[in-house]
Design a protein around this ligand. Structure first.
Ligand SMILES: N[C@@H](CCC(=O)N[C@@H](CS)C(=O)NCC(=O)O)C(=O)O
Length: 330
């Protein structure tokens, strides 16, 4: 793993020495918005109109942030409008790379459909030749302007929700926005990013702080989901999608690899039923690839798992029945 400095690739790991052993995620750099009429969004430039076959997503099936965008693309029926390339799950010296199944890659991985690039950092170099910063997925690319629109998943899912026609479901409805934002803020800090803060900590205290906050939040979510089908009531929203991508990785990866082992999701009745309820939504199951997920984490972080051995377990069955529709009405 590494980053670009003035457009040049440097292979280096996150430097937690500067931050007291704490992992601090950097802010995403490309922050333009696709909008229905091309007017500028909340940040960046205008001129990115929501049109079919113009935009392209580069994702990793392992990455929980990229996974959000694949789920929203599926729920909104945008599979034909927005094309996708899938990187190899292994993120090593060259960062994210393309190695399609036909070239010995892991099943599900594809070539770069845009330029046939070998590395994702080449997309960043094309968009901004002197770019300095991390090279992350997801990346939303504009074929017309030949540049990166955005590399921030939280914003990409909002664009997919409303810039390509007002298809159902509305995952960020006006009347729930305040509540969704409040839930997102806690879930992002303590759960989505919380598992990374625990896993990438290089000091005991930093790990314990992240661990404590994570499980306090999971306990609170368990209770919240006792009284409602989804996080913000009876309607599915983006808050659910954002929690889902962490929950679905939790027992397979975060419990062991990131040492988030006070409880498994399987030990929380509401969270595990809720996880299976979301998994059963049309289009969601095909976006979940546990092979990419496990190989990525266990195979890409030599400081945490130097042997790179990928555990064979645990046995998981997200397709098993759940009680949510019975309890709360379909
Ligand atoms: N804030 C970004 C974070 C994306 C992100 O950190 N992705 C990870 C993969 S799970 C990545 O590409 N990491 C590479 C790196 O940090 O060098 C988003 O939500 O889109």
């Amino acid at each position: 793993m590494g980053l670009l400095v003035d457009g040049q690739w440097r292979d280096q790991w996150y430097d937690t020495a500067k931050t007291g052993g704490r992992f601090e995620r950097s802010a995403s750099a490309f922050r333009n918005w696709v909008t229905a009429d091309g007017r500028p969004g909340p940040s960046g430039e205008g001129g990115f109109e929501g049109e079919p076959e113009r935009y392209h997503l580069t994702v990793s099936l392992a990455c929980p942030w990229a996974h959000r965008t694949l789920i929203v693309r599926a729920l909104k029926g945008l599979e034909d409008a927005i094309s996708v390339s899938v990187v190899s799950p292994y993120m090593r010296e060259e960062g994210w790379v393309f190695q399609p199944e036909s070239e010995g890659g892991v099943p599900g991985a594809t070539a770069d459909a845009l330029f046939g690039s070998r590395r994702v950092y080449e997309l960043y170099q094309r968009a901004k030749p002197d770019y300095s910063g991390r090279v992350t997925v997801p990346v939303l690319w504009d074929r017309e302007r030949n540049t990166i629109v955005s590399n921030e998943s939280a914003e990409i899912i909002r664009m997919l929700n409303d810039a390509f026609g007002a298809g159902e479901p509305d995952l960020y409805p006006q009347d729930l926005r305040e509540e969704i934002d409040a839930v997102n803020a806690r879930v992002y800090d303590r759960v989505n990013n919380g598992v990374y803060k625990a896993g990438f900590a290089t000091k005991q205290e930093a790990y314990e702080d992240a661990f404590t906050a994570l499980f306090a939040e999971l306990d609170a979510l368990e209770e919240r989901l006792d009284g409602r089908r989804y996080l913000c009531g009876s309607r599915l929203t983006e808050a659910d999608i954002r929690l889902f991508t962490t929950l679905v990785r939790f027992d397979a990866v975060y419990v062991g690899h990131f040492k988030c082992n006070r409880r498994r999701i399987a030990d929380y009745p509401n969270l595990s039923n809720y996880l299976r309820d979301l998994y059963a939504l049309p289009g969601v199951a095909p976006t979940v690839n546990l092979e990419h997920i496990k190989r990525h984490y266990y195979g890409s972080h030599p400081t945490i798992n130097p042997t790179g051995i990928v555990p064979l377990g645990p046995e998981l069955d997200f397709a098993a029945p759940n009680d949510r529709a019975l309890r709360f009405g379909a």
